[in-house]
Design a protein around this ligand. Structure first.
Ligand code: PHE
Ligand code: FE
Length: 281
């Protein structure tokens, strides 16, 4: 996940480079940490075939990081060959500009530390399991990889236009919590869901949340909850749709958004294209 936080960050920022990266000291991970990784991996990978999009499933299988905490230096050559992206190690959340600059240059920041066993089900800050398991597989997908780079460039620009709150919602409702319509039915591509044991089934099967067809301005107008399962998901038809919808210059969109009121996370508007409720069972 990326974004603001109001508590002290838990990573060690003492030895960061100017771009907020650090070395991944892989040898320093303890056996208990590799063990916790394996347990997280087993739980999530059991849910993935039913709830994740095929693009994610296929690459996760090929990557096969089930044995323990992955070594970034071993993944990077494969990732470079696939899409030109690279993983960079970071101590945790980054300032907006540093984060956007990495994305704009096809570098994805991955937190180096793993959660504690007590945080098996829920963690406040993104750790290596969320960042790696949730985000890295789709960096191997060309269309998604291009979207994420464009997002990074858009972030640098949005900062100059004082429009980061709008753009952050787009990240939240796509990269972190996006749903996608597929031939196999509704699936997710969002890292915040893919790394969560509870929200994977919930986002597809629960009757509670609203599922609304993706509409760029609607998304950027919508607030979101960071401490509960989402009350609304936005559904794309393809990564191409996402890429194309976000290709225009956002400057006039930000202008329009400033003239509109924010939409509550649980609201439905008359113009929303709602998906039918999930089929029980
Ligand atoms: N086209 C957007 C702009 O001009 C940049 C962007 C691309 C933002 C993709 C988000 C996602 O600001
Ligand atoms: Fe994330």
């Amino acid at each position: 996940m990326a974004g603001q936080t109001d508590h002290a960050l838990r990573g060690n920022y003492d030895n960061i480079r100017a771009d907020f990266t650090v070395e991944q000291d892989w040898a320093a991970y303890k056996p208990a940490e590799h063990d916790l990784w394996r347990r997280l991996y087993v739980r999530q990978s059991a849910l993935i075939p039913k709830y994740a999009c095929d693009e994610f499933i296929d690459i996760l299988g090929a990557l096969d990081c089930s044995a323990g905490i992955p070594k970034f230096s071993a993944i990077n050559p494969q990732l470079k060959a696939a899409t030109g992206w690279q993983i960079v190690a970071v101590p945790g959340l980054l300032p907006d500009d540093a984060f956007f600059t990495h994305l704009a240059n096809r570098r994805f920041p991955v937190t180096v530390w793993l959660r504690n066993p007590e945080e098996f089900d829920y963690i406040v800050e993104p750790d290596i399991f969320h960042d790696f398991f949730g985000h890295v597989p789709l960096l191997f997908n060309n269309m998604f990889a291009d979207y994420l780079q464009a997002y990074g460039k858009g972030g640098v620009k949005a900062k100059g236009l004082d429009a980061l709150d709008y753009l952050a919602r787009l990240y939240w409702y796509t990269v972190e919590f996006g749903l996608i319509q597929t031939p196999k039915g509704l699936r997710t591509y969002g890292a915040g869901i893919l790394s969560s044991g509870g929200e994977l089934p919930y986002c597809i099967e629960s009757f509670k949340p609203h599922r609304i067809k993706f509409d760029l301005l609607r998304v950027m107008q919508s607030k979101y909850k960071i401490d509960t399962f989402q009350e609304t998901y936005f559904v794309i038809d393809s990564f191409k749709q996402l890429f194309d919808a976000t290709a225009p210059d956002f400057t006039p969109y930000y202008q329009q958004l400033r003239e509109r009121a924010d939409i509550a996370a649980n609201a439905i508007l008359p113009g929303d294209a709602l998906l039918e409720a999930p089929v029980a069972g």
